[in-house]
Design a protein around this ligand. Structure first.
Ligand SMILES: Nc1ncnc2c1ncn2[C@@H]1O[C@H](COP(=O)(O)OP(=O)(O)OP(=O)(O)O)[C@@H](O)[C@H]1O
Ligand SMILES: [Mg+2]
Length: 482
């Protein structure tokens, strides 16, 4: 791909990052990527060089003061980056400077400069800059070297450079007190804990010259090279299509999403009770519906019944709209979908809406079982029931909600159907009690505007939830944080 030289920005090539830093790095800039050991500095830098060479026609040089050549090539191959191939094609060069002495510094700079010129490189990584600096006793020399790097390499050659800086565990400071001022941008990489020993990673933009950065903390993963995740965004569906069902197995109902099936190790076991716990009040309907709705489509498109008692918020009209987003027909909605609604003045009767009085639990439950029986008889197949627990609590109180939930979990097991309970934030005790009786317990939460999903049961690591509309309907796309 030809480089657009008129642009004063170079895409970092790190997925998800360029959009939050105004399109990329200012060309010829000097950037610092800092972090404690294992936070992803090398992978960040390697991704910058690799995508530069493979996507943006920019050759790169990696100057290593820490990791050996073989280790680097092997580790990066494991992440899908074949630097050997790039080197053979003349698009990349690895300079091994691991055994560096103070006397050799001027020679090193000369070598870097001549290699950059020889290759026609536009990207440079010095990893780690801290190791280089350790070899120098005089601070004054550090400053001279930085100026050389800056003036000769970055500015005059138009070469964009990354210096990595090591930060000891538990510290937040960059350390030298010099490079912070010289750099055009500073990124701090972090690894932090989430509930139950789960790990998330985030990048903080400390500084970015000439660029407003409204999002200063961004989650990322290292799984397939460095990938950053800006806040959740709903995407429009370009060409709506009908949901393409996923077959079930003897043991599992598919969730309707390959991504979610994979995370759960197969799907929802037949006869199971699934708790979807919304653990953050800022999770929107659109967001958690991504996890829930494909299972509804997967049941209906296979001629099975679905009964929904919505949470407070999504009424029967929204349920219907969600069904239609998967291309579910009017006939299917009328025949296979039932939405339970508490009676209110002005409620318009519809064939798929079942009205409950909400006065007597026993009476209502009998009615509910009757609808379920009808659907089972009509389809000859098990039914998928979804219940917004906050609605039951509002109507029948906590104690009755818990006992009815327990009873339902037992019957669903006997009938080999599927029961999904949605629990909104604000019921920590109930979350524990119901979590204990559920076969599957998913948690949906949020960090830096990104939606995270993880399994309490079965235990899974945190996954980033994105919306994928490439199929013609909104689907969840889950990426594990590694
Ligand atoms: N194939 C992989 N898949 C997922 N994660 C990986 C993979 N390889 C390495 N990692 C993760 O990346 C981390 C190391 O990343 P990287 O080498 O970029 O860190 P670093 O900040 O350069 O560390 P150091 O300061 O030790 O040089 C490891 O701790 C590991 O968790
Ligand atoms: Mg490293």
């Amino acid at each position: 791909m030809p480089v657009d030289c008129s642009s004063n920005r170079v895409p970092s090539g790190i997925p998800g990052l360029d959009e939050v830093i105004g399109g990329g790095f200012p060309r010829g800039g000097l950037f610092i990527v800092a972090g404690s050991p294992g936070t992803g500095k090398t992978i960040f830098s390697a991704t910058f060089l690799y995508s530069g060479a493979t996507q943006f026609g920019e050759r790169g040089i990696y100057v290593s003061f820490a990791e050996g050549r073989d280790d680097f090539y092997r580790n990066m191959r494991g992440l899908g980056m074949d630097f050997e191939k790039l080197e053979k094609a003349g698009d990349f060069k690895f300079l091994d400077m691991i055994t560096v002495r103070e006397e050799a510094i001027p020679t090193i700079l000369e070598t870097i400069l001549s290699e950059l010129g020889g290759l026609g490189a536009r990207r440079l990584v010095v990893d780690s800059f801290s190791a280089l600096v350790q070899a120098i006793r005089e601070r004054h020399d550090v400053r001279i070297m930085l100026h050389t790097l800056l003036n000769k390499i970055t500015k005059s050659l138009g070469c964009t450079a990354i210096l990595t800086v090591e930060i000891p565990y538990g510290e937040e400071k960059i350390g030298l007190g010099i490079e912070e001022f010289v750099a055009d941008g500073i990124f701090m990489l972090r690894r932090s804990g989430l509930e139950g020993g789960r790990i998330i990673r985030d990048l903080e933009i400390f500084k970015m010259r000439g660029t407003p950065t409204p999002e200063t903390n961004i989650l990322f993963t290292l799984g397939n090279g460095f990938k950053a995740f800006p806040p959740f965004r709903a995407k429009p569906v370009e060409k709506p299509r009908r949901f393409n069902p996923i077959p079930d197995t003897e043991e599992y109902f598919s969730t309707g999403s390959m991504s979610l099936d994979e995370m759960l190790g197969g799907g929802y076991p037949r006869g199971s009770t699934v708790l979807v716990e919304i653990a953050d009040e800022h999770i929107s309907m659109r967001q958690y519906h991504l996890v829930v709705v494909p299972t509804i489509w997967n049941f209906i498109t296979r001629g099975r019944g679905v009964i929904i008692t919505p949470s407070r918020g999504p009424d029967h009209n929204i349920v219907r709209m969600r069904a239609e987003e998967g291309g579910i027909s009017k006939e299917e909605i009328m025949g296979l979908l039932r939405v339970c609604v508490e009676d209110y003045p002005g409620l318009r009767p519809e064939p798929y809406v079942v009205v409950f009085k909400g006065e007597n639990l026993r009476e209502d439950h009998e009615k509910y079982l009757e609808i379920e029986r009808e659907l089972v008889e009509k389809t000859g197949q098990p039914v998928f029931c979804i219940v917004g627990l906050d609605t039951l609590i509002d109507i029948y109180g906590l104690r009755d909600t818990l006992s009815i939930t327990r009873a339902s979990a037992t019957t669903v097991r006997e009938k080999r159907g599927l029961l999904m309970l949605i629990l909104k934030p604000g019921y920590p005790r109930l979350a524990k009690l119901i979590g204990a009786l559920a076969d599957i317990h998913l948690k949906v939460t949020r960090k830096y505007g990104v939606v995270l999903v993880y399994g309490m049961k079965p235990r899974t690591g945190p996954h980033i939830l994105e919306m994928d509309t490439s199929m013609g309907y909104p689907m969840p796309e889950l990426t594990p944080i590694m």
